[in-house]
Design a protein. Structure first.
Length: 246
C-alpha cells in the first residue's frame, strides 16, 4: 500500500485521517458510556457532567495551545491562519483535559477520583487516531527522522523514515493489556489513570527524539517539555513506584 493513503470514492478524495479522527472520538465516547454503566460509583450525575465538560474544555484548549507552541509561526495569509487555528496535539489534549477535570472538581467540590473510567476509552481513541496518522504518511507530522533501521519506511517522500505512528500503535496495544491486568488488582481509585499518564508521557518523551523537530528549548521539543511537566505533576506516584520496584 502506498503512503499517504488517499482513497478516491466516486471521484471524491477521502481524508482518511479526518474520518478516523471522528471515528476515534465517537467510539471512545461510546466505550466510556459503556464502562460507566458497568461501574457503580457515588459521584452524582450532575457532577459527572461537570467533570466531562471540564475535560472537554481543557482538552480543546490544551491541544491547540501546545500544538502552536510545538512549532510556533505567525500566519501570513488566510490559508496559514486556518492551519494555525486547526493545529492540535493529543499530548496537550491529555494534559489540558487533566487540568480541566481538576479545576471542575475544585469548583463543584467533588473529591472522588474520576480518571480511571477514562483510561481505556482514551487508549482506544488514540489507537484509532494513530492508524489515521500512519495512513497519512508525511501529510501529518507524526513521521520520524530519516533512518537506515530495518523498520524504516517510505511514508510518502521517498525517504526511509521511522514510522513513529506504527511504533505508538504497538506501544498502545501492550499498554492496554498491561493496564487491564493492573485493573484486576483493585488499585486505589485514580491510580490506574496515573499509571496510564506516566507510561504514555514517558513513551512520548523518548519517541520524540526520533522526530525531525525544528523548535527546541534547552535541547528539548515543546512536547518533551510537556512530558516532563506531566511527570513532575505525578512525581509522588513515580517515587512510590521506584520504591516498590526496589
Amino acid at each position: 500500500m502506498k503512503l499517504p493513503f488517499e482513497p478516491v470514492i466516486f471521484g471524491i478524495h477521502i481524508n482518511i485521517h479526518l474520518i478516523l479522527e471522528y471515528l476515534a472520538f465517537f467510539l471512545a465516547f461510546r466505550y466510556y458510556v459503556y464502562l460507566q454503566k458497568q461501574n457503580l460509583d457515588t459521584i452524582p450525575k450532575i457532577n459527572k457532567l461537570s467533570i466531562i465538560l471540564g475535560a472537554m474544555i481543557g482538552a480543546f484548549l490544551g491541544s491547540r495551545i501546545f500544538a502552536i507552541l510545538e512549532n510556533p509561526f505567525m500566519p501570513t495569509n488566510f490559508s496559514s491562519l486556518i492551519s494555525f487555528l486547526n493545529s492540535k496535539t493529543i499530548m496537550g489534549g491529555l494534559f489540558g483535559g487533566l487540568l480541566g477535570v481538576e479545576i471542575a472538581k475544585k469548583i463543584i467540590g467533588e473529591k472522588q477520583s474520576s480518571g480511571d473510567l477514562f483510561v481505556f476509552p482514551i487508549i482506544l481513541g488514540i489507537f484509532i487516531g494513530r492508524i489515521g496518522c500512519f495512513l497519512s504518511g508525511t501529510n501529518e507530522f507524526t513521521y520520524g527522522k530519516e533512518t537506515s533501521f530495518f523498520l524504516g519506511m517510505n511514508l510518502g517522500d521517498g525517504i526511509p523514515r521511522h514510522p513513529i505512528a506504527l511504533y505508538e500503535l504497538i506501544f498502545l496495544f501492550f499498554l492496554f493489556i498491561f493496564l487491564q491486568k493492573q485493573k484486576t488488582k483493585k488499585l486505589k481509585a485514580g491510580l490506574l489513570f496515573q499509571y496510564f499518564m506516566i507510561a504514555y508521557f514517558t513513551f512520548r518523551l523518548c519517541i520524540e527524539f526520533l522526530k525531525p523537530n525544528v523548535f527546541f528549548i534547552c535541547g528539548l521539543s515543546t512536547i518533551q517539555l510537556l512530558c516532563l511537566l506531566c511527570l513532575l505533576y505525578y512525581h509522588k506516584t513515580i517515587l512510590i513506584l521506584f520504591k516498590n520496584a526496589r
